[in-house]
Design a protein around this ligand. Sequence first.
Ligand SMILES: C[S@@+](CC[C@H](N)C(=O)[O-])C[C@H]1O[C@@H](n2cnc3c(N)ncnc32)[C@H](O)[C@@H]1O
Length: 344
Amino acid sequence: MLPWPCDWDALFADDAPAGGPLILEIGFGYGHFLKHLSAQNPQARIVGVEIANECLVHVEKMRDRGDLPNVRAVFSRAETALYHLFAPASLDQIHVNFPDPWFKARHERRRLMTPSNLAVMTSRLKPGGRLYLATDIHDYALMSDEALRGTAGLVNTLPAPWSDDPLPGRIITKYERKAIAEGRARHYFAYRRDDTPLPDLPVITEAPMPHITLALPLTAPEIASAFTSFSAKAAAREPRGMAGQISVNASEAFTGRGAVLVECYVSEPTIHQHVAVMIVPIKERPGEWAVGLGTLGSPRPTDGIHFAVRKVAEWAVSLHPDARITGDKARTGFESLTPDAQSE
Ligand SMILES: C[S@@+](CC[C@H](N)C(=O)[O-])C[C@H]1O[C@@H](n2cnc3c(N)ncnc32)[C@H](O)[C@@H]1O
């Protein structure tokens, strides 16, 4: 697991000089452009982020063959990487080649070139740093043009909103080759980060582990068998300026070894996690339980995880009239968005 923020110098260790240019490619697919970036910038630290496992496997094989000495491939959504891994003003270049368009209105939140994602991309670029986008979808180009023009701190380096021809020095990516074969026009954007002071968008770091203790006169099988799935929503407090919400779906409860595991899907603006919230008996205090985060799936303690642990603890307390919280080390003050739940 990479630390938040990531120490890129340590991660590249002997493969690229410390403090050299830092270049990010979002959604690298089969790695053609990463290979090109690596060959063009042998002194740079090049990071690719991708969510498709087969693409990551493919690029790892290229790395094994020695094709990408100064490249690291990271399994991450772009949004998570931008908010959690990269410090403000740390990147020299960001490349986005043929992002998925997500046309349907209900998928709008998945689009990459949104004003809030552009704000964090811009904050992560050094003054003078470059942001490049290529797309073969005309409507996506129009949407991106509007969003890019509206982003403080970015300046178009081209005389038109985009170029219809590949920018000098570019290679053709795997997806791009398909677009050409199918006769689709391409749109190439090139922006520069100027030195306009921007609102602070600090790296969101890990929170301390949440931990709530309760008195609950039930056994683990009794707790697990009383479970019915529930969900809860709260307004997200981070990142500043990015509208969004935390949503927790507690889907199933399991028991074993005297403890209860509650499976939860936790979604917040910068990260989605599938975690195990554990209800574990406290040996020294019979009748008391500790509610906290299990290690399954290598979860990150975030605001959303604190909210999930709190909701599971509240659910457990609701199971018995004599139950009560005896200790509380989880974040409070979430503004509840679930109609029948009380604001904390
Ligand atoms: C249309 S493909 C383009 C691949 C490659 N850039 C090319 O030009 O051949 C879009 C890629 O973006 C990846 N992707 C989609 N959403 C992403 C996200 N939020 N973060 C990182 N990668 C993403 C997909 O898995 C896919 O590999």
